[in-house]
Design a binder for this molecule. Structure first.
Ligand code: ADP
Ligand code: NA
Length: 353
């Protein structure tokens, strides 16, 4: 059987926000005690939307690394590194570009969102983004991927790529004896698998945090409005100002979760409170049901400040010493390479290089 192994990452494209923290990074912390874990700063992904200034890319990479550590990812327990330092990602992504079909990529809603109106002028890398994501995961034969809900479609594509590779090269995988027995044998499926068919881990009350200004859009680094998101580097004043200005409706909070239906802004704020306090949305409504936002918002601000400010302080401390962060990334890249190199060696043999 495949060894249980977790892989996930965040792009160094700007400030980390509450959505990245609640939907991804905070959920990695307990996982690192349960499974071998690899957490990547995906800088090759960051250039799909354009090349930032060289200095900016490096500082954003350090900032995401600092956020991982400040959030509780322990470099002694987990591998932390940046993608561009391990060549296997790019090499396997190219091979996967030749496994995946153009039609698969054309169906990706993130490409449609990010490319905007002028699709012909988007980078080819933006279209191929999910193929690189599949390579990130499968270069380590990762079995589990904890991400936010927006990545669901990309993870399905990762599974499709793994399955197509396993099927197309079934004979070579068997002949070279580089697979593991298929845990779910059937006449249509190969007996031995080279790549695992990865399981997404998308759970909890914060799988999709929405913009504070528009309950129909996800909170995102690329939203031009800074009021739309809480950044992990925001101070207490900024956090409470943004929550105060967050869009809401005129009703009181309901006492049952059902009452949040068709109230996306209320649902979002209750979800944020639940995720930050480690409760369910129903628990939160048990406490605040019947109250107005004028009472709930200050409680949410206090909670957010209480949870985020120690992390912000730790990030600032880490950012002040680039050499400490760089050393962690260097060690991490060495450990990551030690896993990915033998996988790619087998892939080359399977293909016939
Ligand atoms: P962004 O979408 O802000 O550019 P990334 O693409 O780097 O961020 O995503 C990093 C991780 O954060 C992924 O696991 C993604 O699913 C998660 N994530 C991003 N935005 C949100 C959100 N609004 N709510 C929950 N999780 C999110
Ligand atoms: Na994303």
């Amino acid at each position: 059987a495949f060894k249980p192994r977790v892989f996930s990452g965040v792009q160094p494209t700007g400030n980390l926000h509450l959505g990245n923290y609640l939907g991804a990074v905070s959920r990695w912390v307990p996982i690192q005690d349960q499974m071998e874990s690899i957490f990547c700063v995906v800088d090759l992904h960051a250039i799909t939307a354009g090349f930032p200034d060289a200095g900016k890319l490096a500082s954003a990479t350090r900032e995401v690394t600092a956020a991982y550590i400040a959030a509780g990812i322990d470099p002694k327990k987990s591998i932390i590194f940046n993608q561009s330092q391990v060549r296997e990602h790019a090499e396997l992504a190219w091979i996967f570009n030749c496994v995946a079909r153009i039609g698969w990529m054309n169906r990706m809603t993130q490409f449609k969102d990010k490319a905007g109106k002028n699709k012909e002028n988007a980078s080819l890398g933006l279209l191929a983004y999910p193929s690189l994501m599949a390579a990130d995961i499968l270069a380590y034969k990762a079995t589990h991927v904890p991400v936010g809900d927006d990545q669901k479609q990309h993870l399905e594509l990762t599974r499709d790529i793994a399955q197509k590779f396993n099927n197309d090269f079934a004979a070579r995988i068997k002949e070279l004896d580089v697979g593991v027995p298929n845990p779910t044998p059937s006449p249509e499926l190969p007996e031995d698998l080279f790549f695992p068919v990865t399981e997404p881990m998308i759970a909890g009350p914060a799988t999709r945090i929405m913009s504070l200004r528009d309950g129909t859009k996800k909170m995102s680094k690329s939203d031009p409005s800074d009021l739309s998101r809480i950044n992990l580097t925001d101070d207490a004043e900024a956090i409470s100002r943004k929550i105060k200005k967050a869009k809401t409706d005129p009703e009181a909070l309901p006492s049952e979760v059902d009452g949040l239906k068709d109230r996306p802004e209320a649902d979002n704020l209750v979800g944020i409170y639940a995720a930050l306090s480690g409760q369910s949305k129903q628990d939160v409504l048990g406490e605040f049901g019947g109250q107005q936002f004028s009472a709930f918002k200050p409680a949410l601000s206090d909670l957010a400040v209480e949870k985020l400010s120690p992390m912000t302080d730790e990030m600032r401390r880490l950012m002040a010493d680039a050499s400490e962060i760089d050393a962690i990334l260097k060690t991490g890249a060495e450990k990551a390479s030690a896993i990915a190199e033998p996988v790619l060696k087998d892939v080359r043999k399977i293909i016939g290089f």
